[in-house]
Design a protein around this ligand. Structure first.
Ligand SMILES: NC(=O)c1ccc[n+]([C@@H]2O[C@H](COP(=O)([O-])OP(=O)(O)OC[C@H]3O[C@@H](n4cnc5c(N)ncnc54)[C@H](OP(=O)(O)O)[C@@H]3O)[C@@H](O)[C@H]2O)c1
Length: 286
């Protein structure tokens, strides 16, 4: 027997129960991992509340680092699609904290809308898990980064993570402020994980032919919009999911590799070397 947090019915945090569970042998295509560190993601909240459906009862948690202790029939190693090898030089706690959020950021800035030097981007929840990585990555790619946060403390955190213009949305209107910062031009892309509270304002912040990239709904699902709402600025609209950007094992390895190892750009600390340690505090490969 081992202990696990089990959800028998959807609801508030009180539905999570700390219980004995039996460890079963892995079935075909499954592996068993002894976790050394786990990550917590907003998706765990969606599952616990029932917004995203999962068969009950379930053990929440989508992200962990550990050692493979058993391999089910039909597998010989790491070919199962949800597992990646972790570089030994990176602390397991860092890996657990960053991998899923980092791969989400990778899909957003490197694949959905490719951020380049000279772009201006708007990141909502800029001091959050994915948001802080988006700020670091977009900054490293040479973009001007604007971010929204709820407090002074988060504004300072976002600035430390490379957000050039943190906006405290509890004190000022983010649409007006983005308009001022960009001299009325708007931003090339908005990465919006907040949803209901920000979606319409995000559309207003976009430049001509800008990209509205919705990837979450922390405040609730955005209200529906008409296709014709995109027409006045010829906007693009995407609703992305990490799953679809890591659909094959090769895509998963590529995304994880970009998060952990290098990017073909300047390093934060070694300006003469062409790569970035994305996670601050992790060893630079220079
Ligand atoms: N599409 C995908 O594949 C994918 C993958 C990973 C994550 N996500 C999404 O990315 C978002 C961020 O995930 P995360 O794990 O990194 O969490 P997080 O950013 O640490 O937390 C969400 C942040 O959103 C802001 N927020 C604004 N309104 C909110 C509200 N009504 N309720 C709660 N938070 C609110 C808060 O920051 P302020 O205090 O600054 O407002 C909060 O800290 C989530 O929406 C998640 O679903 C999507």
């Amino acid at each position: 027997m081992v202990k696990a947090m089990v959800v028998h019915e959807v609801g508030g945090p009180e539905v999570m129960k700390w219980e004995d569970v039996e460890l079963k042998e892995p079935k075909e295509g499954e592996i068993r991992v002894k976790n050394t560190a786990i990550g917590v993601n907003f998706i765990d909240v969606y599952f616990r509340k029932g917004g995203y459906k999962f068969p009950l009862p379930f053990v929440p948690g989508r992200e962990a680092v550990g050692v493979v202790t058993a391999v089910g029939p039909g597998l010989t190693g790491l070919e199962t699609n949800v597992v990646v090898p972790v570089p030994p030089s990176i602390d397991h706690k860092v890996v657990a904290a960053v991998l899923m959020k980092g791969m989400t950021a990778h899909g957003l800035v490197r694949r959905c809308f490719k951020v380049e030097r000279g772009h201006t981007v708007l990141v909502h929840a800029a001091a959050g898990g994915v948001g802080s990585l988006l700020c670091q990555w977009a900054n490293a790619l040479g973009a001007t980064v604007i971010g929204t946060v709820s407090s002074e403390e988060k504004a300072a955190q976002a600035a430390e993570d490379g957000c050039h213009h943190p906006i405290i949305y509890t004190k000022e209107d983010f649409v007006e402020r983005v308009n001022k910062i960009t001299s009325g031009k708007g931003v090339n892309v908005v990465y919006d994980s907040v949803g209901k509270d920000t979606f319409k304002g995000s559309l207003q912040c976009l430049a001509l032919r800008g990209y509205m990239v919705s990837f979450g709904q922390s405040s609730g699902s955005p209200d529906p919009i008409a296709l014709s709402d995109l027409a006045p600025k010829s906007l693009f609209l995407a609703r992305t999911s990490l799953m679809h950007y890591t659909a094959t094992h090769d895509e998963l390895l590529e995304a994880a590799g970009e998060v952990f190892i290098t990017l073909p750009l300047e390093c934060f600390s070694c300006s003469d070397q062409p790569h970035i340690p994305l996670v601050r505090g992790s060893p630079c490969p220079c």
